[in-house]
Every structure is written in C-alpha cells, then in structure tokens.
Design a protein around this ligand. Structure first.
Ligand SMILES: C[S@@+](CC[C@H](N)C(=O)[O-])C[C@H]1O[C@@H](n2cnc3c(N)ncnc32)[C@H](O)[C@@H]1O
Length: 374
C-alpha cells in the first residue's frame, strides 16, 4: 500500500464513514480549542495580516474539519470587529489531505458552515470576516505552499500517521503484532521511532519554509504519556485487540499467518519529550506551549443512554470508529472479504475488554504550540 495514493478515512456519510465515526477525534479538536484561539489572536496582534492564510493539514472531512474553521472565524469575528472596523481582515483557508480524501464531502458541507457561522456571529451582533476555502491535496511530508506564505498551520490527529511502514521493517520481524505490541522486539520499536523522527523532522522542515516569520503552528497528535515506547495507553490497547481479531482469522484459516506477520500499521504515538527534542533540533521554531490531554477513547456519544447492552454498543461503536480510519489499510493488505468478520470479532473483543477488570486508559493527546522565529 502506498500511503500517498491509497490511504484515506472512509468516505461519504454511511454508518462506517469517518463523518459518522470521528467523535474521539472531535474531543481532540475541542481539547486544543483554547490554544487555537490564542494562536489566531496572537497572529492578528503580532502580524496583523490583511489576508490571513491558514492551513489545516490532514483535515479529513466532516464535522471536525468544519469545527476548526468555525472556531477560527468566530475568534476573528469577536476580536477583529472590535479592534479594526476600517480594514476588516480576510481569511484564506487551505484544507489539506491526501488525494483520496473525500474533498467533495467538505465542499458540499460549506453551505451549512456559512449558515452556522453567520448565525453565530449575528447572535453577538457581529459579522463574520470574509473567508475563502480551498482544498489542497498532497502529503504534508512534501512542500505544499509557496515560501513564506502561511500565517497559521493547524493539524489535529494526523501527524502520528507515518509516510510509510517503517523503513527496513520487513517480512516477519514483528511476528504476531501489527504495531508496537507486547512481543514486538525492541529493534522493531526503534524502527518505528526512527521513521517518526525522519517524518516529523521533514514535516517541520517543509513548514518552516512555508510559514511567515512570527507565524504560528498548533499541532495536536495522538501521543503517549509514558517515556516507554511500548505503552501508548488506549491506542496500544486498541491495536492489541485488533491484532487479536486478526489472529482469530488466522486460526480459522481465513487469512495466512505470513500475511498477518507482514502487516504493520504506519502510525507512531510520540511522547512530549520526543516532540520537544525534534522541534528543538529544527532551530527555526520556538515552543510557546506544550499540553497533554487525556481524552475519553469511547467513541459513543455522551447522550447515548446507558443500559444492559451499553458495553455491546460501545464495542460496535469502537469497531465502526476503527474501521472508518483503518479500512483502506486493512483491505489493501488482506482484501475486502475479511472486513465484516474482522470488525465483528473486534467489537466482541472490545466489549469483553470494557467488561473486564483490566485498568482502562484513555487516549493521550499532545498539543504543541509553536512560533516561527523572526
Ligand atoms: C484521524 S484523521 C484526522 C482528521 C481531522 N483532522 C480530524 O480531526 O477529524 C487523519 C487524517 O490525516 C490524513 N493524513 C495522513 N497522512 C497524511 C499525509 N501524509 N498528508 C496529508 N494528510 C495525511 C488522513 O488521510 C486523515 O484524513
């Protein structure tokens, strides 16, 4: 599988789509809201651009993409209308993702966004700033913008996705695991770490060329609290349960063991220290803030009623969330025919896990607030 060509969240609006299964990611956007607002205000005050250029990298589609845009519009609407009525600022949003992202879904939801932002601002007696939204396909591990042209970069729950399965991780080196699992050899964990270092350094290098001096970046990533690479809390647990599901299918001869042994998820959850170190190596960025949040990993809506089948519903809900993010990876490696059974087994495994006495961990999310040196 080639990430740049094939990887995408599940398109459209059906029950397995990312649009319907991205509540956990929404919690990450909400956790970083105050930092995003601060960054927008600081760009306005320090750089006072006539046209503010903002890029959301790994935007996907659905409510979370719109939530970020409306947070920015509301913040500027409140601040800018108050401070500078003569020359209202305009905003250019660039929404970036890999080419197979469902960009049409975003474009079709823009009208709804217009209505809600106009209403939100009107309630406060204000007018939203004039804004333009464009889609930008391409990998954020490449150059995406002209030199010195972006005031604010944002990315949420995207840059833990690597550009590829770690280099040199071949064959059955990670036998029985699909990520950094319990029996993963330390040498394999190191390959994951190396790939993240290489990718994230490249990401920062590219952005440093594109950002204006004094510009800001707010980068939220699924990470880990522990220094220990084998312990990324809830994320490690979810991949372990998915791996168990695949092993069940191997036991039933639905997939070959070699096929499982050669499947490795191209994702790495960094610690805050690892992120800090890589930013410092870049030398062109200052860290204004770094915050860790522990978000609830249960994808069920808080309003969903509790009942006897609540753990089963939670299992199905987690299964649909994971499928929305992972289906393209899994089907390109194993084929589409295992999807239904695999995610049904996963849902049962997840239900048993939440019914068990095992201590549950949430998903650790790290938000980096960076400023480009002048
Ligand atoms: C879990 S989604 C998060 C989306 C959205 N920001 C949110 O908060 O809901 C991760 C997104 O990152 C995108 N992505 C992964 N690698 C990428 C890359 N190299 N360049 C651009 N986008 C990438 C995926 O296609 C996916 O849409």
């Amino acid at each position: 599988m080639k990430m740049e060509r094939d990887f995408h969240m599940m398109k459209g609006d059906n029950e397995f789509s990312y649009a319907k299964n991205s509540r956990v990611q929404k919690r990450a956007v909400l956790a970083a809201k105050a930092i995003v607002e601060k960054a927008v205000r600081e760009v306005c005050i320090d750089l006072h651009p006539q046209s503010m250029v903002i890029a959301d990298l790994g935007c996907s589609f659905g409510a979370n993409t719109l939530l970020f845009i409306s947070e920015v519009i509301t913040t500027i609407c409140e601040d800018h209308n108050n401070t500078n009525k003569e020359s209202p600022m305009e905003i250019q949003f660039f929404l970036n993702d890999l080419p197979s992202n469902d960009f049409n879904h975003i474009f079709q939801s823009l009208e709804q966004l217009e209505q809600s932002t106009t209403q939100d601002c009107a309630c406060k007696g204000l007018q939203p700033p004039l804004h333009f939204v464009a889609g930008l396909p391409g990998s954020f591990y490449t150059r995406l913008f002209p030199y010195n042209s972006v005031h604010l970069f944002h990315s949420s729950m995207s840059i833990m996705w690597l550009s590829q399965v770690p280099e040199h991780l071949d064959g059955s080196m990670n036998e029985g695991n699909i990520h950094i699992g319990v029996t993963t050899p330390p040498s394999v964990a190191k390959l994951y770490q190396n790939q993240f270092e290489k990718d994230f350094s490249r990401f920062l290098q590219m952005r440093c060329m594109e950002i204006v001096p004094g510009g800001r970046m707010v980068l939220t990533v699924a990470g880990r609290k522990s220094k220990e690479v084998f312990n990324a809390g809830g994320t490690t647990m979810i991949f372990e349960l998915l791996s168990q599901g695949l092993r069940t299918l191997v036991a039933e001869s639905r997939i070959a063991k070699e096929k499982l042994d050669s499947f490795n998820i191209p994702l790495y959850c960094p610690s805050a220290d690892e992120l800090k170190q890589l930013v410092q190596q870049c030398e062109l960025l200052d860290i204004s803030d770094i915050q860790l949040f522990e978000i609830d990993g249960n994808p069920m809506d808080d309003s969903e009623p509790a009942g006897t089948s609540v753990t089963q519903t939670a299992g199905q809900s987690m299964s649909a969330s994971l499928r929305a993010a992972m289906e393209s990876l899994i089907s390109s490696h194993f084929g589409k025919c295992i999807l239904e059974e695999l995610f049904a087994v996963f849902a049962c495994n997840f239900t048993s896990y939440i019914e068990s006495d095992i201590e549950k961990s949430g998903i650790t999310v790290i938000t980096l607030y960076l400023q480009a040196k002048r």
